[in-house]
Ligand binder design. Structure first.
Ligand code: 173
Length: 322
């Protein structure tokens, strides 16, 4: 009798380990609300992995900021509390300040992957965050300043603006007072008049209803939006080549598709903003150029201040060829 029980236990153990060797489940979170613009590419990625990965790899999508506050994702990923995340560098500067430099990318991702920049960044992700950077899903999308008070020059003195690390150095350099919030707090901050405006990409302001509380958009835009898929490196290193391949293929597809998708989304949202009556504030050519130049100047100064060792190298990899 005892023998039979022992045998049964052994058999089920064998089955269990055979099953885990076959299919692994990864826990995933997104730093943006589920089903909104900045999460869609990631959700498509998950669908692809789960479809191609049947019996091999499965992503368990835990969800967005309700499951985990955006600014906590860096540590959660580093420590393996989650295995995979859809997140932007500005949300985890506490773990890896250099990640905020992605916003200063002026060359295509394909170029960064070729010119050594991607490899350089990948080493930093491994060292500082115990992470693997798979792909950027947001194409070449600019950020903008949205306002409820009119301005006539790039001078932002007297304005109180909602920021993340993306915008901090630039808006402050232009004279603004800043207050950092997660995206989920922007609507209330606008509604209560706590801020006179906010930074956000050209697309996505409709997702959480901000158009109701937004009067102006300042043109030109500046920087390049970066929302990317990261994997905990300890988890990654345990994957089989087949499992890695499924993730990589879906990530590559996502990076490629993101380029075209965001061209379309950006055009749609620009038109929709005009349609709901959001006015554009523009400057003359010289002031526009100065506005954008200042953005990059203040942005790089901030990155280099936070990372004197890696900042200048990243500037070489990510900047337009001179
Ligand atoms: O919250 C933000 O404004 C921000 O930093 C960001 C970054 C990438 C995409 C969208 C928002």
């Amino acid at each position: 009798m005892r023998k039979i029980v022992a045998l049964a236990a052994l058999t089920s153990l064998a089955f269990a380990s055979a099953a885990t060797a076959q299919e692994i489940t990864l826990r995933a979170v997104t730093s943006f609300a589920e089903k909104t613009t900045m999460s869609l590419g990631f959700e498509r990625f998950i669908e692809r992995v789960n479809e191609a990965g049947k019996g091999v790899i499965h992503i368990n999508y835990i969800g967005g900021p309700k499951a985990m506050p955006p600014f906590e994702i860096g540590n959660a990923l580093k420590n393996g509390v989650v295995d995979i995340a859809n997140v932007t560098g500005a949300f985890y500067t506490n773990v890896m300040p250099e990640a905020d430099a992605w916003k200063l990318r002026q060359v295509p991702m394909a170029e960064v992957r070729k010119n050594g920049g991607f490899e350089y960044m990948s080493k930093l992700y491994a060292q500082k965050m115990n992470a693997v950077f798979l792909a950027t899903l947001t194409g070449d999308t600019p950020f903008h300043l949205y306002l409820n008070k009119k301005i006539s020059s790039p001078d932002l003195t007297g304005l109180k603006l909602r920021i993340t690390p993306v915008y901090r150095d630039f808006f402050q350099a232009q004279g603004a007072t800043v207050v950092q919030t997660a995206p989920g707090e922007v609507y209330t901050a606008l509604e209560r008049g706590v801020v006179d405006g906010y930074g956000w990409p050209i697309t996505g302001i409709f997702d959480l209803g901000w158009q109701e509380k937004t009067k102006y958009r300042v043109d030109p835009g500046f920087y390049t939006v970066e929302v990317s898929i990261l994997v905990n490196k300890t988890t990654w290193d345990k994957l089989t080549p087949q499992q890695k391949g499924i993730l990589q293929k879906a990530a590559e597809q996502g990076e490629q598709e993101g380029i075209g998708n965001f061209v379309k989304l950006n055009a749609e949202d620009t038109a929709r903003q005009a349609k709901v009556g959001i006015e554009t504030i523009t400057f003359d050519a010289a002031a526009s150029k100065l506005f954008v130049d200042k953005a990059y100047e203040a942005g790089w100064a901030g990155v280099i201040r936070q990372s004197p060792e890696h900042g200048p190298k990243l500037r070489d990899f990510l900047s337009k060829a001179k």
